[in-house]
Ligand binder design. Structure first.
Ligand code: BDR
Ligand code: CA
Length: 313
């Protein structure tokens, strides 16, 4: 199985993505690292612990990471999308476990050094921890197998602003560092994640499984659905951001990618925009793989299959 560290800001869709990864035998989750974003770092760390405990994956370590962007002051966190507790205002009992005393960036560096060439970093939140790790230990960057991020928007519009996707916007300087660091980066952004739409029927199909994971999703998702309805008028349907990035790891054949030079805007009104230089007019930009097309039905089928099956012993 592919060793992965999930860097995450849970977050309702992060929760679904983590459950999906933990239920996928192709992936060996060797740790979760938390970052601010959908809620404060205290809240996202607590939720990461809750998620490893939910289906008995308590042995998976959680390392707390950055509570604010590298350069900018902390802006508004995403509680209007994910709830005050990051999990749809379910206010669940506190987790039993504690995070490691190691910082997320240090945890990432140690894992890359312990398993050279083997570890994939899956980033589902702002890229602050990854940028910090790359800055602290540039050599460790060469030891990563690959970096897959949920973030960015190229041919489609933004979500947190007309031009920017939230994870990039929340720490654009970090994104610029991660794109330039030298490890292979794949961007699973809004170009594909907004095309994977979970309808109310789809959600109900999941809930019918009645297992720990789907019961949990049934509790946390209504808040996310009402955000999507108020903001986009989606009538109970939702986009599928972070889980789609997990599916990219499991079934890359469902995606069309292009390797392209990308600029991240770090200031002004267009802060957080990921601009592709289609004709190579701006020299010296880093090139990354960008998902531009997706077999949405294929993604939804795989997510359903994994989340509804009884958990194997
Ligand atoms: C991204 O922002 C967060 O709200 C979601 O968890 C996802 O990672 C979508 O833009
Ligand atoms: Ca996220």
């Amino acid at each position: 199985a592919e060793k992965i560290i999930i860097d995450t800001d849970p977050g309702i869709d992060d929760a679904m993505a983590i459950l999906l990864a933990l239920r996928s035998p192709e992936l060996e989750v060797i740790g979760l690292t938390s970052v601010f974003g959908n809620a404060t770092i205290e809240v996202t760390t607590t939720n990461a612990l809750r998620l490893v405990e939910l289906e008995g994956n308590n042995a998976i370590p959680v390392a707390q990471g950055c509570g604010q962007p590298l350069v900018l002051p902390l802006g508004e966190v995403g509680t209007y999308v994910h709830g005050e507790d990051g999990l749809g205002n379910t206010f669940l009992p506190p987790p039993k476990g504690r995070p490691l005393s190691l910082h997320a960036a240090q945890f990432i560096i140690e894992a890359l050094r312990r398993f050279p060439g083997e570890v994939t970093l899956l980033a589902l939140g702002p890229l602050t921890n990854l940028a910090l790790a790359a800055s602290l230990d540039p050599e460790a960057v060469t030891l990563a197998r690959r970096v897959v991020i949920m973030g960015g928007a190229v041919e489609t519009h933004g979500n947190i602003s007309p031009v920017a996707e939230a994870n990039i916007y929340n720490d654009p300087h970090a994104a610029a560092i991660v794109f330039r660091a030298g490890w292979p980066v794949t961007m699973v952004g809004l170009d594909v994640t907004t095309r994977v739409v979970m309808t109310p029927d789809y959600w109900n199909e999941l809930y019918r499984a009645g297992n720990t994971a789907t019961d949990f999703l049934r509790a946390i998702t209504p808040f996310y659905q009402s955000f999507h309805d108020q903001f986009y008028g989606m009538g109970g349907a939702t986009h599928t951001h972070d889980p789609t990035a997990v599916v990219y790891l499991l079934a890359p054949e469902l995606f069309g990618t292009q390797n392209l030079p990308v600029y991240v805007e770090t200031q002004g009104r267009c802060m957080g925009q990921t601009v592709v230089d289609w004709y190579g007019q701006w020299k010296d930009l880093p090139r990354i793989d960008i998902c531009l097309s997706v077999d949405a039905e294929g993604v939804l089928d795989l997510i359903r299959e994994r989340l509804t099956k009884p958990i194997e012993e």
